[in-house]
Design a binder for this molecule. Structure first.
Ligand code: HEC
Length: 167
């Protein structure tokens, strides 16, 4: 009798494995990527890669459990939504004003602790930002956001050295 209780959910779990979400990465044009367009300092680029790129770029790294339904559906939803809101791989395609707006929005999301998503930092230790990393990232994003004289290409790298309360 007890066996039945196990078999039904197990069967369901096996059955849903056939429903696979699209987990492919769209092609990447490095010339359009944030790294090229705004040329952040290496440390900032590292933080973005570790804490944001899996959901906000076309360079998602899918962990093994991302292949297993229903986790796969949940993660694919995050990635689709994340890319829709902000995609660092295609940031070069945005008009400068929209790009600055995105950077300001990102600064706010990070400052408020909204991003990276908690469900992500639980499973990705390198995405847990220290206060210093958070400050560095927020300052850089703001320096490239609205309200600041948005630096043009190239000079952006210089403005990356903003005065953060680094220790
Ligand atoms: C696990 C996936 C994931 C990671 C990692 C992640 N995000 Fe997001 N992000 C999302 C999703 C999903 C949304 C859309 C839903 C929402 O706003 O909560 C979003 C929305 C946003 C938005 C739009 C917010 C708004 O108010 O509309 C910004 C800006 C953003 N993320 C920036 C970042 C930055 C910067 C990082 C890295 C520090 C980051 N995200 C890391 C999944 C992620």
């Amino acid at each position: 009798m007890k066996k039945i209780f196990w078999l039904a959910p197990l069967g369901a779990l096996l059955a849903i494995q056939f429903i696979r979400p699209d987990m492919s990465n769209p092609p990447v044009d490095p010339a359009q990527d944030l790294a090229q367009v705004l040329q952040p300092p290496t440390e900032v680029q590292g933080i973005l890669k570790d804490a944001c790129y899996d959901c906000h770029s076309n360079e998602t790294k899918y962990p093994w459990y991302s292949q297993i339904a229903p986790v796969s559906w949940w993660l694919a939803g995050h990635i689709r939504e994340g890319r829709e809101k902000l995609n660092f791989s295609t940031i070069g395609a945005l008009p400068a004003g929209d790009r600055a707006e995105s950077m300001s929005e990102a600064a706010e999301a990070v400052q408020e602790g909204e991003m990276p998503l908690n469900s992500y930092t639980w499973t990705h230790a390198s995405a847990r930002l220290s206060d210093a990393q958070r400050n560095l990232l927020v300052n850089w994003l703001n320096a490239n956001g609205e309200g600041e004289a948005s630096p043009a290409n190239g000079e952006a790298a210089e403005s990356g050295h903003v005065h953060s309360e680094d220790d």
